[in-house]
Write a protein that binds this ligand. Structure first.
Ligand code: FE2
Length: 279
């Protein structure tokens, strides 16, 4: 087995989204599609209760993508045009497949300690599924398998570890999505299929990723030059492992929509204007 080497270490940029929400963005949709099948990775971290109310993300549309919200602290109240409403609580995951379209709002709320800490990943859909039925996989914290072995603790959202499968299934990108925590002095090795894109979002501590030292907070992108990823740590480290099969299709992103062509985006905007976006 050989380790994949690192191709890029990205330092997240602070951006303002929604109704004035400050967040750390590592990647964003771009026609170059360098992270295929992944489009965006945002990290919301509010830890100062004196900052006042969090304004959140009032009603907005999505088409052609999946949005994956994972909360570590605080909650997100959501509501959509299909009549779904609920709360993504601490430790929960919401895997939302927008297909041809939803309108939703996402409103973060602080924990009792005054914090909000979570991630949103956008996963692309292949052309054949972009106009499919919208659907949700709501995963509550207690149903996410936790695998503990030799100082490594994994919360498994999608994929397989030691014969245990994560609760999110039937996603076109065949994704691997897990929260991996390494105690000081431990090591993590995981096989990644050839051709699949592999990323790690390092959000706590420091580790050696394929023999390169990486500190939180950074997004690591691996080359497709080995059959596994390896992380070692002296001090302890925690990261999201994100991997999946690229679709190798052209993309045309526009705000909360990611389609394959300009014409499909123009059609989407027409439908929003004339009120036929939601069927
Ligand atoms: Fe959204």
């Amino acid at each position: 087995m050989t380790n994949r080497t690192i191709s890029q270490i990205i330092e997240p940029k602070m951006v303002i989204e929604g109704a004035g929400v400050l967040l750390r963005r590592s990647i964003a949709p771009h026609a170059s599609n360098l992270f295929d099948p992944f489009l965006l990775f945002d990290h919301f971290a509010f830890n100062n209760p004196l900052e006042g109310p969090i304004r959140g993300f009032p009603t907005h549309p999505h088409r052609g993508i999946e949005t994956v919200t994972y909360m570590l602290e605080g909650t997100v109240r959501h509501r959509d045009s299909l009549g779904n409403a609920g709360t993504i609580a601490e430790g929960d995951v919401q895997w939302m497949t927008s297909g041809r379209g939803i309108l939703h709002e996402e409103m973060p709320r602080r924990s009792e300690r005054g914090n909000i800490y979570g991630f949103q990943l956008w996963v692309n859909l292949p052309a054949a599924q972009k106009m499919g039925e919208p659907r949700y996989q709501e995963v509550s914290s207690g149903t996410i398998p936790v695998i503990e072995k030799d100082g490594v603790t994994i919360r498994l959202v999608a994929g397989e570890v030691d014969g245990v499968r994560g609760p999110v299934t039937e996603i076109a990108a065949a994704p691997l999505y897990m929260d991996v925590k390494l105690d000081p002095g431990s090591r993590f090795i995981y096989p990644i299929p050839g051709g699949h894109t592999a990323l790690m979002y390092v959000f706590e501590g420091t580790g050696e990723f394929s023999n390169e030292v990486v500190e939180a907070v950074s997004l690591v992108k691996f080359n497709d030059d080995g059959d596994q990823v390896e992380v070692k740590t002296e001090a302890g480290v925690r990261f999201m492992l994100i991997a999946g099969a690229p679709f190798k299709e052209p993309i045309f992103p526009y705000g909360p929509f990611v389609m394959n062509t300009r014409e499909e985006i123009e059609e989407t905007i027409r439908e929003l204007r004339n009120g036929t976006f939601i069927k």
